[in-house]
Design a protein around this ligand. Structure first.
Ligand SMILES: [Zn+2]
Length: 397
């Protein structure tokens, strides 16, 4: 591929913001890699002129086989019995939406049907793909407990190692459904955790032996305490977080993916589920506490990672990751930190190659007309992607 020269008024390199007053910047891409980044190059001839550049975004928690735009509970239930072809059709539409939002890497956090593995392999084999997918395959859960659409049952502790070995053979990460979901009417998590500490440690130890990181679907004080004690890789959702756990999470390097979006949607559109006022109040309380604890987590040095839970009702692939960034801003996190949570941080935690904007890195650049440091709404309008194999305009739907 020929070389591309981009002049940008400002850019975020994946870790750090480079503001307009020290620019403009000349980013040279050759053979799919960043050849150089130079400061104060107002006169050099270029191929593209843009307001702002950053690395492609990462959504750390999606379900690629589920359509977040489908709001009818009966249709959502019926869809779980759909065939492979129909599910792949939905997944491809979700991938298209993902790329239109400037997201270039997603982690699928569980899928009973294996659409996530198939999609990962198809994207890997497609030289024109704009998105790559990391797949947690099928998770593990307890019989008759929450999570049958994303996980398989595991019985006694003696069964765990063999099941984890089997799953890890095809999965990039190992997912455990540690707790139930939130009962919004009760304002609490449903039931006790699905596993005890010994069982959870057994899952984590076996995953580690197989070279896999672990993620736990986990909300509620009891499950959260257990996940931290056992040393899980990342806590997904983490509603009802407690202040005491945050320094321990930071010490152990346990990441937190707070996934505001699915709960926020229930609060924003209460008429769809016909929530009563008391339930709407619960939802607001849960969200406010979540905002407060994300701010505390940032101060405590917890590795906060952006993930939308796209595919959940009202949580659209691509756009919801940007919503998630706005929730982080609402919690009071600085823009640099917000962008790190959706670029360099997840890539580092997963040992994925860096696409930071620095000499030698693979090019995976998103161009915007305006800087989100001047106006965060710019994040909703990515204009163009320049990657190692293509440069193309992103059309807005
Ligand atoms: Zn999920």
């Amino acid at each position: 591929m020929q070389s591309i020269l981009i002049r940008a008024a400002s850019y975020f390199d994946g870790d750090k913001f480079h503001p307009e007053n020290a620019g403009p910047y000349l980013i040279a891409v050759r053979d799919g890699r960043i050849e150089s980044v130079a400061q104060n190059s107002p006169d050099a001839p270029v191929n593209m002129v843009t307001g702002f550049v950053m690395p492609g975004l990462v959504d750390a928690h999606v379900h690629i086989f589920l359509d977040g735009g489908e709001l009818d509970p009966d249709k959502r239930n019926a869809y779980l019995n759909a065939g492979h072809e129909e599910m792949m059709g939905v997944a491809w539409r979700n991938i298209a939406r993902t790329s239109r939002s400037g997201v270039t890497l997603v982690r699928d956090a569980g899928d009973r049907h294996g659409i996530n593995h198939t999609m990962r392999d198809e994207l890997r084999g497609d030289p024109a793909a704009l998105v790559s997918l990391r797949s947690a395959g099928m998770g593990v859960k307890r019989a008759k407990r929450y999570g049958s659409f994303i996980a398989r049952d595991v019985g006694s502790i003696e069964e765990i190692p063999a099941v984890i070995q089997e799953l890890a053979a095809a999965s990039d990460d190992v997912k455990v459904i540690l707790t139930g979901i939130i009962d919004f009417e009760a304002g609490a998590v449903k039931g006790a955790p699905q596993f005890n500490v010994e069982e959870l440690q057994c899952v984590i130890a076996e995953a580690r032996r197989q070279g896999r990181k672990t993620l736990a679907h986990c909300s509620g004080a009891e499950g959260l305490k257990m996940a931290v004690e056992a040393g899980i890789g990342s806590i997904e959702h983490g509603f009802f977080m407690t202040r005491e756990l945050l320094p321990r999470m930071a010490d152990k390097g346990i990441a937190w993916i707070p996934t505001f979006s699915p709960v926020h949607f229930q609060w924003a559109r209460p008429e769809l589920a016909r929530w009563r006022q008391a339930t709407i109040d619960n939802l607001r309380r849960i969200l406010d506490s979540h905002l407060e604890h994300v701010a505390l987590a940032h101060k405590a040095g917890v590795e906060i990672v952006a993930g939308s839970d796209a595919g959940s009702p009202g949580v659209e692939h691509g756009a919801a990751l940007i919503d998630e960034l706005f929730h982080f801003l609402a919690a009071g996190l600085p823009m640099e930190e917000v962008l790190r949570s959706a670029t360099s941080r997840p890539r580092r935690l997963w040992n994925a190659p860096s696409v930071n904007i620095e000499k030698g890195a693979r090019a995976e650049l998103i161009l915007f007309d305006f800087s989100p440091f001047a106006d965060p709404n710019s994040l909703r309008r990515p204009e163009m992607v320049v990657s190692s194999h293509t440069s193309q305009k992103l059309s807005h739907s």
